[in-house]
Design a binder for this molecule. Structure first.
Ligand code: UGA
Length: 434
């Protein structure tokens, strides 16, 4: 099938590449000329495990193309995916100007039936708004489909190629059939394609992310309570996760959720509820808890140093919002660093992938180390802020000889507490018995 993908950000690029992998002819369009040139020359602008080999293969075999020319992209495509940013506007609601702007341009270009698919996370009612734009600018037949993505950064290729489910929101029979054919190769494991109306599909995406964020905030509150009552959150997680109704996944307490999706989507859903005169109390609490949780490690550090961090040299392992990505958007590490700097601490940090992005964001406010042990050199304490595998089993002898004092604040609960105590560390993690 001939496919166009408008927007080559994270979602667009993964979608385009993975759709080419099953034999479709995919043309991706972006306004950013240098980025398009880079991709035409075979370079990927993002880090995502597994993406590079698929990208290179499909580019070489001529199934994946890049252009800045929307008309070229739209001309032959039967299905046009919109994978454009929907950043939070000033009031927390998603800003639809990119999506609606592109819709207008596409509407003016089409000369035959096309299926327009929203892949970006868009508020309920966006498909109707796109329909209005098309009705105002074309007489050609078209269909609008909501097809939210459920990709996790770091495992996006796997999520795309073997999805738990595909949600397709449309009332147009022809579009439904085409979308079903397009996704058939991806659901061979028997996972469902779930068809529904566009509004339910749009809400499904927000509901999924908000529910997952709720799970995390709930567990973070359980962790905080564990510390007060002398319980251990790892035990409690195991105990409740064994119940199928709760499930084992997404129950890890830590330093709050981050990334480009959860914070934005929870906020947008709460706002959209409010706009519809509904006070979504749980979501407000989920956000409040997350704000507090992002500060929890700073509170622990301040308490340990009697509220005086002046002149303390702190090492940080992990800056990205989660492992296997260089993405630092809404990364808890950035909030923690700002707070520690305000308290007068100095910071040396290391991250396996996110250093360039952090240098761009923080400049010379902190120091950057070439590896994890160099970051720990002469530090008063080590802070673990992202659970990269390389931090899970470090060379403890090398760590010990690097640190000035054996103090670790672990925001990701990586190490066995007893082992750390036996090795002479002061070790403080989240929600666990010390
Ligand atoms: C999330 C969803 O998981 C995807 O299904 C969705 O498609 C995507 O948003 C999106 O809307 O585009 P992502 O933001 O890549 O994916 O990352 P997650 O793996 O979901 O992690 C989000 C945050 O939650 C991270 O900060 C992570 O550290 C935190 N988290 C996750 C926890 O604190 N505890 C957990 O148990 C799990």
């Amino acid at each position: 099938m001939k496919i166009a993908v408008v927007g080559t950000g994270y979602v667009g690029l993964v979608t385009g590449t993975c759709l080419a992998e099953t034999g479709n002819q995919v043309i991706c369009v972006d306004v950013n000329q240098s980025k398009v040139k880079m991709m035409q020359e075979g370079m990927l602008p993002i880090y995502e495990p597994g993406l590079e080999s698929l990208f290179t293969r499909n580019l070489k075999q001529g199934r994946l193309h890049f252009t800045t020319d929307l008309a070229e992209a739209v001309a032959e495509a039967k299905i046009i995916f919109l994978a454009l940013p929907t950043p939070p506007g000033g009031d927390g609601a998603a800003d639809l100007s990119y999506v609606l702007g592109a819709s207008k341009d596409i509407a003016k270009l089409i000369t035959e039936y096309k299926v327009i698919v929203t892949k970006s996370t868009v508020p309920v009612g966006t498909a109707d708004k796109i329909t209005d734009v098309f009705n105002a600018h074309t007489n050609v037949d078209y269909a609008v489909v909501s097809n939210p993505e459920f990709l996790r950064e770091g495992v996006a290729v796997e999520d795309f190629m073997k999805p738990d489910r595909i949600v397709i929101g449309t009332l147009d029979e022809r579009a439904r059939k085409l979308m079903g054919e397009l996704y058939a190769p991806y659901v061979r494991q028997g996972n469902p394609i779930i068809y529904m109306d566009p509004r339910s599909s749009e809400l499904t995406k927000y509901a999924a992310n908000s529910f997952l964020a709720t799970k995390i905030s709930f567990m973070n509150e359980i962790a905080n309570l564990c510390e007060l009552v002398g319980a251990d959150v790892d035990m409690v997680r195991g105990g409740i996760g064994a119940d199928d109704r709760i499930g084992r996944r997404f129950l890890f307490s830590g330093i709050g959720y981050g990334g480009s999706c959860f914070p934005k989507d929870v906020q947008a859903l709460a706002k959209s509820a409010k706009d519809n005169q509904y006070d979504f109390k749980i979501l407000n609490a989920v956000m409040d808890v997350n704000d507090i949780q992002r500060k929890i490690l700073v509170d622990k550090i301040k308490a340990y140093y009697n509220n005086n961090l002046k002149g303390k040299k702190l090492a940080i392992w992990g800056l990205s919002f989660k492992p296997e990505t260089d993405d630092i958007r809404e990364a808890p590490a950035l909030y923690i660093i700002e707070d520690l700097l305000k308290e007068g601490a100095t910071i040396t940090a290391f991250d396996p992938e996110a250093m360039t992005n952090v240098k761009g964001a923080l400049g010379d406010k902190i120091e950057y180390a070439a590896d994890q042990y160099q970051a720990a050199k002469d530090a008063d304490a080590l802070l673990i802020l992202t659970e990269w595998s390389v931090f899970r089993t470090p060379d403890f002898d090398q760590l010990e000889s690097s640190l000035k004092t054996k103090v670790i604040f672990d925001g990701r609960n990586l190490y066995d507490i007893q082992k750390m105590i036996d090795c002479g560390y002061y070790y403080n993690s989240i929600g666990r018995r010390v």
